[in-house]
Design a binder for this molecule. Sequence first.
Ligand SMILES: [Zn+2]
Length: 104
Amino acid sequence: MHPPLERCRRCGGETSFEEVSRIGRVHSWIRVDRASVPGFEVPYYIVIVELVEQPGVRIACVVGDDDPLGREPVIGDEVRLSVDQLPGGDFSAPTAQLQEVGNE
Ligand SMILES: [Zn+2]
């Protein structure tokens, strides 16, 4: 589940952390043309990524600057996730790198 909770939303059971592959697919995305937070150069993309291990678990990520594809995300694109330091302070956030089409 994301964000992490102490108890399961459905059954109330205890939760724990589990490592995942960091691979997911783009569920939805937006292009940001007007910065609302400092540190990002516009335009940039925010994607909602669904983890391959657990359909329904989705995480919002910035698409990394070193995007090698130079194009807009497409729903269903494979992405690799990381947690990166943000510019301008001691903050980290999930980042998604678009993977080449057919690179599976
Ligand atoms: Zn449960």
